[in-house]
Design a binder for this molecule. Structure first.
Ligand code: F6P
Length: 329
C-alpha cells in the first residue's frame, strides 16, 4: 500500500518562466485546502541538496500571482545529475519528513525527478513550466503565452523602425529545439520569413524568398529566427550573408531579444493554466500517483507518465508553416 501523503514539497527548476509563481501559489493553496503541509525548496535541486527548505502556508504566497520569475528561485543543478547529489537530496527530503515532491520546470528538471523516483521510490509529479512549449503530452507549458506576447510586442516596435528606414531585420527569439515561439510570434507579428529548428529551409531559399518579396513592393522585412535554427550560421553571420547576397540595396540589422522573453508579469492565460496545473499536481499526489506530469490537453487537465513527457515531441507545425507562407506573400 502506498504511504499517505501528508507533507508535499515544491521546487522550480531550469529556466524560469512567467507563471511559475502562480503555479507555486496554486500548489501551496491546494495543500492548505486538502489539509496537507507544504514546503518550498529554494534554488531548485541545488537548494534541495543544500537543505534550503521552508514550510509555506496559504499566506506565504499572497500577492505573487501577478509576478514574473519565481520567488523560490531556480537553478540548473550539475550536482543533482550525479548519484551522490541525488543521495544528498533524498536524505534532505527524509530529514524534513517530506513524502512527495512537485517539480515545476522543463525536460531537464523532469529527467532529474524521474531519476530520484526510480532510485529511491520517492513520489514525484511534474508541472510543465518553460517558455519554450517543448514538452510532449501537454498543449501548452506555463510561460509560453506570456513569452509570445512579449516577443510580438517587441517585434511590433522593431517593425516601426524597420519600416521608417526601409530595413531588413533579423530577429532572434528563444527556442533551442522548438520553433513554437518563432513560428507563432512570427505569424502574429507579420514576419516575412520564419526559421525554426524543426525545418531547414536553407539559406538560398531564404534569399530567393526575400528577392521575391522585394519585387512585390515590400520596402522592409522582418525575419524571425529561433536560436536553434538549422541554417548552420549564427544570426550575425546570417545577417552578413543576406546583405552580401541580396542584390537589392537593403540595409540589414540584427536584433537578439534574449532574456526579456523570460521575464514580465504572466498573462491571464498563464496564470489560469498555472493555477489549474498546480491544483492538479497536488490532487494527483493525493490520489497516489507518481512519475507523472500534469498537463493540459484540449483545455482539460491531463495526467501523462513522465516518460511520455520526456519523449521527443512530434511537431505539428505544418498548418502554421503554410499559414506563414500564405500570409507573407
Ligand atoms: O529553456 C528555456 C530557455 O529560455 C531556452 O529558450 C533558452 O535556450 C535557454 O533557456 C537559455 O538558458 P539560460 O538562461 O541558462 O541562458
Amino acid at each position: 500500500m502506498t504511504k499517505k501523503v501528508k507533507n508535499i514539497a515544491v521546487l522550480t527548476s531550469g529556466g524560469d518562466a512567467p507563471g511559475m509563481n502562480a503555479a507555486i501559489r496554486a500548489v501551496v493553496r491546494a495543500c492548505s485546502y486538502y489539509k496537507v503541509n507544504c514546503f518550498g525548496i529554494y534554488k531548485g535541486y541545488e537548494g534541495l541538496i543544500h537543505n534550503e527548505i521552508e514550510e509555506l502556508n496559504a499566506r506565504s504566497v499572497r500577492n505573487i500571482i501577478n509576478k514574473g520569475g519565481t520567488f523560490l528561485k531556480s537553478a540548473r543543478s550539475k550536482e543533482f545529475r550525479t548519484e551522490e547529489g541525488r543521495k544528498k537530496a533524498f536524505d534532505n527530503l527524509v530529514k524534513n519528513n517530506i513524502d512527495a515532491l512537485i517539480v515545476i520546470g522543463g525536460d531537464g528538471s523532469f529527467t532529474g525527478a524521474l531519476k530520484l523516483s526510480e532510485e529511491y521510490g520517492f513520489p514525484v509529479v511534474g508541472i510543465p513550466g518553460t517558455i519554450d512549449n517543448d514538452i510532449n503530452g501537454t498543449d501548452y507549458t506555463i510561460g509560453y503565452d506570456t513569452a509570445l506576447n512579449t516577443v510580438v510586442e517587441a517585434i511590433d516596435k522593431i517593425r516601426d523602425t524597420a519600416s521608417s528606414h526601409n530595413r531588413l531585420f533579423l530577429i532572434e527569439v528563444m527556442g533551442r529545439d522548438a520553433g513554437d515561439i518563432a513560428l507563432n510570434s512570427g505569424i502574429g507579428a507579420g514576419a516575412e520569413e520564419i526559421l525554426i529548428p524543426e525545418e531547414d529551409m536553407g539559406v538560398d531559399r531564404l534569399i530567393e524568398s526575400l528577392r521575391k518579396s522585394k519585387k512585390t513592393g515590400k520596402t522592409s522585412s522582418i525575419i524571425v529566427i529561433a536560436e536553434g535554427d538549422k541554417s548552420g550560421k549564427n544570426i550575425f553571420e546570417l545577417g552578413e550573408y543576406v546583405e552580401e547576397n541580396l542584390e537589392e540595396d537593403y540595409e540589414v540589422r540584427v536584433s537578439v531579444l534574449g532574456h526579456i522573453q523570460r521575464g514580465g508579469s504572466p498573462s491571464c492565460y498563464d496564470r489560469v493554466l498555472a493555477s489549474k496545473l498546480g491544483v492538479g499536481a497536488v490532487e494527483a499526489l493525493l490520489e497516489g500517483k507518481s512519475e507523472v506530469m500534469v498537463g493540459i490537453v484540449h483545455k482539460t487537465v491531463t495526467i501523462v507518465p513522465l516518460t511520455t513527457a520526456l519523449e521527443k515531441r512530434i511537431h505539428k507545425h505544418d498548418q502554421l508553416i503554410k499559414v506563414a507562407d500564405i500570409t507573407s506573400v
